[in-house]
Design a protein around this ligand. Structure first.
Ligand SMILES: NC(=O)c1ccc[n+]([C@@H]2O[C@H](COP(=O)([O-])OP(=O)(O)OC[C@H]3O[C@@H](n4cnc5c(N)ncnc54)[C@H](OP(=O)(O)O)[C@@H]3O)[C@@H](O)[C@H]2O)c1
Length: 280
């Protein structure tokens, strides 16, 4: 079984197969807004399936459907052991679209909004999310990460992460405060993964099953999928979990059938032959 556990920050134990909340309000950028009732049903089913790590953000919203509010409505009071990770950094304009990055002094308000929307006194894991929609952040992240580290010292945050960073930015952050998790695009950055492995930092790639406009390699994954009687997204999830003991999967969905399918991937066993085929 590929879905073993990982201790985020050394003390928050989660199944390495979690859940991404970005698709609760909408499946694709140009798709229709999903109903709150649908999101609540998906979240409650995720709990039944054993999900104990939800990745979300205050800016996962469409129209009036907001991921954090759905999480609170569906799951509060939260069960013991449920880890909710959020991200701060990007700002949104009045139309809800990205509109620049928050300055260091703007991060407190974003953290407080997440606390309020999720109904929590302390956030388990907060990533500083930098850069554009797809482009990595550039330049120093020191001032902004230091601002989040202060909020952690105050007790508003348990663990810190960084998202969309390069190796130099990860090193810069680690010199300021402990980094418990890195969340970057699922583009196989071996150097960043190695840095995470060496330091026991969770590596939590986004777009783990082909979201973000880069379709999965259906031929490579499909061969293993047909051997196992599994689907291509399931094999992508299992392959990610097999890639490193620090890799965490957060497949995103707002579809009940896809949720069931994705969570079932945690029970897949990959043989040496499967792993060789996945390496290509
Ligand atoms: N830090 C960052 O900058 C950043 C950026 C992007 C995402 N994220 C986080 O990473 C999580 C995962 O990324 P993601 O959701 O963008 O991409 P993803 O997990 O790679 O793919 C999600 C897309 O695939 C579809 N899908 C899900 N399960 C499926 C299945 N079994 N079969 C077919 N299609 C399926 C979803 O549609 P349905 O909803 O219709 O199933 C959605 O369109 C997000 O939810 C979010 O929490 C972080």
């Amino acid at each position: 079984m590929t879905n073993t556990t990982f201790d985020i920050g050394g003390d928050l134990r989660v199944n390495r197969l979690g859940f991404g909340a970005m698709r609760l309000p909408v499946s694709t950028l140009d798709g229709p807004t999903r109903t709150p009732e649908n999101g609540i049903a998906v979240l409650r089913r995720a709990m039944e399936l054993g999900v104990d790590h939800i990745d979300t953000a205050g800016f996962y919203e469409r129209d009036a459907v907001r991921a954090n509010e759905l999480i609170r409505k569906a799951l509060h009071p939260y069960r013991d052991g449920l880890v909710i990770a959020t991200k701060v950094g990007p700002l949104r304009g009045p139309n809800g679209l990205p509109s620049g990055e928050a300055p260091p002094e703007g991060l407190r308000a974003l953290v407080e909004a997440d606390l309020r929307d999720l109904g929590l006194d302390r956030l388990d894991l907060v990533y500083l999310r930098v850069g554009g929609s797809l482009e990595l952040g550039t330049g120093s992240i020191g001032d902004r990460f230091a601002a989040l580290a202060e909020l952690r010292e105050e007790g508003l945050i348990r663990h810190l992460g960084v998202s969309n960073v390069d190796a130099a930015q990860l090193a810069e952050a680690r010199a300021i405060a402990p980094v418990a998790a890195v969340q970057n695009n699922n583009d196989g950055d071996a150097g960043l993964l190695a840095a995470c492995e060496a330091a026991g930092i969770a590596f939590v790639p986004f777009f783990p099953i082909g979201g973000g406009g880069r379709p999965l390699d259906a031929e490579r994954l499909g061969k293993v999928a047909s051997r196992l009687g599994a689907t291509v997204p399931q094999v992508a999830i299992a392959a990610l979990l097999a890639s490193s003991p620090v890799a965490l999967a957060i497949p995103g969905t707002g579809d009940l059938g896809h949720l069931e399918e994705n969570q079932a991937a945690g029970g897949l066993e990959l043989s040496d032959e499967d792993l060789a085929d996945l390496r290509g």
